[in-house]
Design a protein around this ligand. Sequence first.
Ligand SMILES: NC(=O)c1ccc[n+]([C@@H]2O[C@H](COP(=O)([O-])OP(=O)(O)OC[C@H]3O[C@@H](n4cnc5c(N)ncnc54)[C@H](O)[C@@H]3O)[C@@H](O)[C@H]2O)c1
Length: 252
Amino acid sequence: MRLSGKIALVTGAAGGIGGATARCFARQGATVVLVDIDEVRCEDVLRQILQEGGTASCAVVDLTSEPQVVELFANVRRTHGRLDILVNIAGGDCEPAASVEEIDPERAMRNLDMNLKSCMLCCREAAKLMKPQGYGRIVNMSSLVYRGSPNQFSYSASKGGIYSFTRSIAMALGSFNITANALAPALVEVDAFVRALGPERWKALAEASAERYPLKRIATPDDIAKAALFLASDDAAFITGQILEISGGARL
Ligand SMILES: NC(=O)c1ccc[n+]([C@@H]2O[C@H](COP(=O)([O-])OP(=O)(O)OC[C@H]3O[C@@H](n4cnc5c(N)ncnc54)[C@H](O)[C@@H]3O)[C@@H](O)[C@H]2O)c1
């Protein structure tokens, strides 16, 4: 097992990618703190992990709230005394497919808060635990649209911001044996898309995307979880400040 004895905090753990990552880490021996704003789905993932014999707990937190994030990490310190791995997966796009002329400042700020601010707050609090212990692995969720997108403006800006923020903390924290890297998936098959688009529109989007990708399929949540596992493990001990595109070769 690659994460035996490690304490790992996974945000967005109620979601498609976060749930798969939390389960993967638990199977690899980590004690996992599942964090999400969605209590019902978070408890579902917790149940699955416990049924598989893993060790985990759930924390219901709005990660855009600074006091709630501070309290979350204070609880981790009280309960576990340390934090080895932070995986920031919570996020999403609440302003998809708008034209440039339709950019809405409120929804744009919501995207920046939900994706970038939440990630920055969690990294800040994690650094306070990781620096004194001289060990840490941070994995942040960007997206392939960090390169830009013709119809996701504030979302791509938030994901580009996550990449540059990750490089900055990699520079600042490296001497404390803390690595920080980012993941950049192309389209991933998650229930949230089916719920948002309906099965027909989702199928059309998934098929059209798969056709464009050299590997001729879109990603599964497990594809992303395995990349997160690599970057969170000691196999990646000398990798920091990088972005890993998990895209089936999209946009080469
Ligand atoms: N699915 C994709 O195609 C894809 C591609 C690239 C990047 N991503 C990124 O991967 C991450 C996970 O996405 P997913 O596809 O699994 O979607 P998802 O909707 O299934 O998961 C996102 C989770 O984040 C949680 N969350 C959102 N705001 C929160 C907040 N303020 N506080 C706490 N939790 C919050 C949601 O409740 C949800 O459980 C996101 O950051 C997303 O931008 C997804």
